[in-house]
Ligand binder design. Structure first.
Ligand code: SER
Length: 323
């Protein structure tokens, strides 16, 4: 079994992807790392290490000591927090990726999964059913870093033969670890608020429509793309994937079908501007053709599953995400 390194393993995607990798490769073969390791990591079945991806020497040392062959590089700042400290976001998101690519080039690492995002698109991109290959002129530092990242991954693939792959994730909805500082966080917060207090104020407009994906599909996309035969891939690092698309108002209405008294207000802040620069749905034909992408969850099934998972956890004392 290859040894797999996960960076950002305690974040929203990392928490659940790490578990899926345990199932597939055995927990002993999956090294979960993060800049800060939470206390709860003590219960993980596999090895855990502190790793800051902006420290190239430590990255090289960890990869060499564990004979890492595959990396899932998830450590990053999300879009809204990145706007508050753009240079810091660049350091983590772009320099961090460059460190991972350089480490891979000089070591036994053969394959890399690195998530891109719908944030690569901008106001000049067609918004509906956004094509795979189209204008990528984002207006956020997070999006600029994602465009740079896709190009860097392709460069290392072409020039050094590194098998680097990735998808452009839409907003990710999950019941495990909370997202921290993204523009699409309202689509997760709303569920916690609905279950805990029955009331939520969304930081986007009621008619704000964005593409979203539920965590089981998010994990499935990463594993399925990494399984694909290299020869069948024409694209590599930035596959559009579509799963569902809804407005904040439609999400609130769907929750209200389960919790009739749920009240949702809308008070857009500066994150609305970021949302307005992103697509509302994506053409994911390339992902479907090249590696068989197909989502399993839509708005209805995702909402039912989210609410049942959160209710089962009896969320007392669990606070809504802070900004
Ligand atoms: N969900 C991310 C964010 O909102 C976009 O990739 O920052």
């Amino acid at each position: 079994m290859p040894t797999i390194l996960v960076t950002g393993a305690f974040g929203q995607i990392g928490t659940e992807l790490t578990q899926a990798l345990y199932t597939r490769y055995g927990a002993d073969n999956v090294l979960a790392t993060g800049r800060r390791v939470p206390e709860s990591a003590g219960t993980l079945a596999g090895p855990v290490e502190t790793l800051d991806v902006t420290d190239p020497a430590r990255l090289r040392e960890v990869c060499a000591r564990h004979d890492v062959e595959i990396i899932y590089h998830l450590a990053a700042r999300l879009s809204a927090v990145a706007e508050q400290a753009p240079l810091e976001a660049w350091r983590i998101n772009v320099d961090g990726l460059r460190n991972v690519l350089e480490t891979a080039k000089a070591s036994a690492v053969k394959r890399l999964f690195w998530p891109s995002s719908i944030a690569v698109f901008g106001p000049e991109t067609p918004r509906t059913l956004t094509p795979q290959d189209t204008v990528t002129r984002p207006t956020t530092v997070y999006g600029i870093a994602k465009v740079a990242g896709e190009l860097l991954c392709d460069y290392y693939a072409r020039r050094y033969g590194l098998d680097a792959r990735g998808v452009r994730y839409p907003g990710v909805i999950s019941s495990g670890a909370l997202p921290g500082g993204g523009t699409t966080d309202y689509a997760v917060e709303i569920f916690y608020a609905a279950v805990q207090t029955g009331r939520y104020t969304a930081f986007v407009r009621e008619d704000c429509r964005l593409p979203m994906i539920y965590m089981p599909d998010c994990v499935k996309a990463a594993l399925q793309l990494m399984d694909a035969d290299r020869e069948t891939l024409e694209h590599r690092s930035g596959f559009n994937i579509n799963a569902m698309s809804f407005s904040a108002g439609e999400l609130a209405a769907e929750i209200r079908r389960h919790i009739p008294d749920f009240i949702c207000d809308f008070d857009p802040d500066e994150r609305q501007q970021i949302a307005d620069s992103w697509p509302d749905s994506l053409d994911d034909g390339a992902a479907r053709r090249e590696w068989g992408w197909q989502p399993s969850y839509d708005l209805e099934t995702m909402t039912a599953d989210m609410l049942s998972k959160l209710r089962a956890r009896r969320l007392s004392g669990h606070k809504e995400t802070a900004r």
